[in-house]
Design a protein around this ligand. Structure first.
Ligand SMILES: *[C@@H]1O[C@H](CO)[C@@H](O)[C@H](O)[C@H]1NC(C)=O
Ligand SMILES: *[C@@H]1O[C@H](CO)[C@@H](O)[C@H](O)[C@H]1NC(C)=O
Ligand SMILES: [Ca+2]
Ligand SMILES: [Zn+2]
Length: 497
């Protein structure tokens, strides 16, 4: 679970064990470990394990035989992984991949008896048909469970729902292999258990021979329109009425149509901005898709028209993020968030739901990233440190930070949303989220000024991190070596950002 700012909960106070396998070339403190123990649902302690990974790059690239050039990304991926690991190609299952602008990316998983692994994976990158990068975390299979389940999934669901204090959702269960830290490999039933009132959404891995819950993926990451333009940060810089801010190269049918259904409210192909229920959106204030609601900072966020201004800004901002990042490669094929993918690859039906003034919390924000093909959910909160209170949806660095959790959880691992679960990788996720918020805040000017996160909502010019982001080492003295003494994802994120 990752929130916008750190806060102490039993989940984040997870007990962490030292590193796994060979002696690590770094101090074996907790965050570099390949596994952790976290407390979920009804207090159950769950192991989360990612096999040790290695990653190589090949400079300008490795030449490939001419026959290889003709292959599609699936065959390229499988052949490369099996030859790099000297494994039979039946041991490599293609997961996903895509090609854009001369670069191809392929994602594969280890496979045994035709059953793919959850957490033993590989990725390849080609540039102009030359192999430029290869990463993998394949495991030894000498202690692997039989590939035919002996426990029916329907018999384990009620127990796991109880353990995780949620309900199974509409996603069909699957059978996969899961590598465990003791070197064995379990056959697991995989299904999702959700409880959005309690703020949880897990993918559960249940041993298909013993019926025991063995691990989870936590999908949560915690945080003409009159809006705060994306290059501004806080509402005190002033709202503007922007006309046609959409980029048709990224959103071919605009922001209010998915090619089939056209709307006149904050319900579109990339984003639904709502309060309470997903149908509780903001409608245009006048014909022609005009959303002209001025936020009044002397009134409470929940007063009219502040709710409409918040939904409008959230809708604008996530759409602008979509359109901008699309130009940098976060496309349908790269597992982005859209309802209709216009036959451009990837899975659709997964626009972002952004809930403004969400009632499940205060003084924070969070983002749930499930796999490609399922909507992301961003929950923005009201901050209660001032009178009147302040709305996180009107401080752009917060939704931009949150939305970047969606970007990074989708772009690592080929759309599975399973990769950024250990503490250091979660810290990199937090860092990327702050870095993108910083990048947007500076996108209108060549001048690089210091950047703080959350200064308006927290009513503190220093913001909510330990140092401002700065090009001056006097202002921000953090070094990579500081990661060695930091154990919390946002603290680590400050260093990587
Ligand atoms: C819908 O939004 C309004 C504000 O526009 C809010 O007062 C109301 O509680 C919301 N309704 C639901 C069902 O959440
Ligand atoms: C997102 O919104 C859609 C309606 O557009 C709804 O069917 C779906 O359940 C929502 N998903 C989440 C995770 O909020
Ligand atoms: Ca998608
Ligand atoms: Zn975050």
């Amino acid at each position: 679970m990752v929130a916008f700012k750190k806060y102490l909960s039993s989940v984040l106070l997870a007990v962490l064990y030292a590193s796994y396998g060979d002696a690590a070339p770094w101090p074996t403190n907790a965050k570099h470990a390949t596994h952790s123990v976290r407390t979920v649902g009804s207090g159950v302690q769950i192991n989360v394990f990612h096999p040790k990974a290695d990653y190589k790059t090949f400079g300008a690239g490795v030449d490939v035989p001419p026959s290889f050039v003709e292959l599609g990304i699936e065959d390229k991926t499988v052949q490369t992984v099996s030859s790099q690991l000297n494994l039979d190609s039946t041991k490599v299952a293609f997961k996903s991949g895509y090609t854009q602008e001369g670069q191809s990316f392929g994602y594969a998983r280890q496979s045994h008896d035709g059953v793919p692994f959850v957490n033993a994976v590989a990725n390849v990158a080609f540039k102009d048909n030359r192999l430029v990068a290869f990463g993998q975390s394949f495991v030894d299979t000498s202690k692997i469970a039989d590939s035919k389940p002996t426990v029916d999934v329907n018999t384990v669901i009620p127990k796991v729902e109880d353990q995780l204090q949620g309900k199974i959702n509409e996603i069909k269960p699957s059978v996969e292999y899961l590598a465990l830290q003791d070197g064995t490999v379990s056959l697991v039933h995989v299904f999702q258990v959700q409880n959005l009132e309690a703020g949880t959404w897990y993918e559960a891995y249940v041993d298909a021979h013993s019926g025991e819950l063995v691990s989870v993926t936590d999908f949560r990451s915690d945080g003409s329109y009159r809006v705060l333009p994306i290059f501004k940060k806080v509402i005190t810089q002033g709202l503007e009425l922007l006309t046609d801010p959409q980029n048709p190269a990224s959103s071919p049918d605009g922001w209010h149509s998915d090619g089939t259904t056209t709307t006149t409210d904050t319900f579109g192909n990339n984003v639904v901005a709502f309060k309470g229920g997903v149908t509780n959106t903001t409608s245009q204030s006048s014909d022609g898709l005009v959303f002209d609601y001025t936020y009044d900072t002397t009134k409470e966020p929940t007063d009219s028209p502040n709710v409409d201004a918040a939904r409008t800004n959230a809708f604008y901002l996530i759409n602008s993020y979509h359109d901008t990042l699309y130009q940098y490669g976060f496309t349908e094929q790269a597992f982005n968030f859209q309802n209709n993918n216009f036959d451009k690859g990837g899975l659709g039906n997964d626009r972002v739901n952004i809930s403004v003034q969400d009632s499940s919390g205060t003084d924070n924000a969070n983002f749930f990233t499930p796999p490609d093909g399922q909507s992301g959910l961003c929950r923005m909160y009201i901050w209660d440190l001032t009178a009147p209170k302040r709305d996180g949806s009107l401080e752009n660095d917060i939704p931009l930070h949150e939305m970047t959790h969606g970007l990074t959880n989708r772009m690592t691992g080929g759309g599975t949303a399973r990769c950024l679960q250990t503490v250091e990788s979660g810290g990199m996720g937090e860092g990327w989220s702050d870095a993108l918020a910083d990048w947007f805040a500076h996108s209108a000017s060549a001048e690089i000024t210091d950047m703080t996160m959350g200064p308006y909502v927290a009513n503190n010019p220093a913001g909510i991190r330990t140092h401002p982001y700065s090009t001056s080492v006097d202002v921000n003295p953090l070094r990579y070596s500081d990661v060695a003494t930091r154990d919390e994802v946002h603290d680590i994120g400050e260093v990587s950002a």
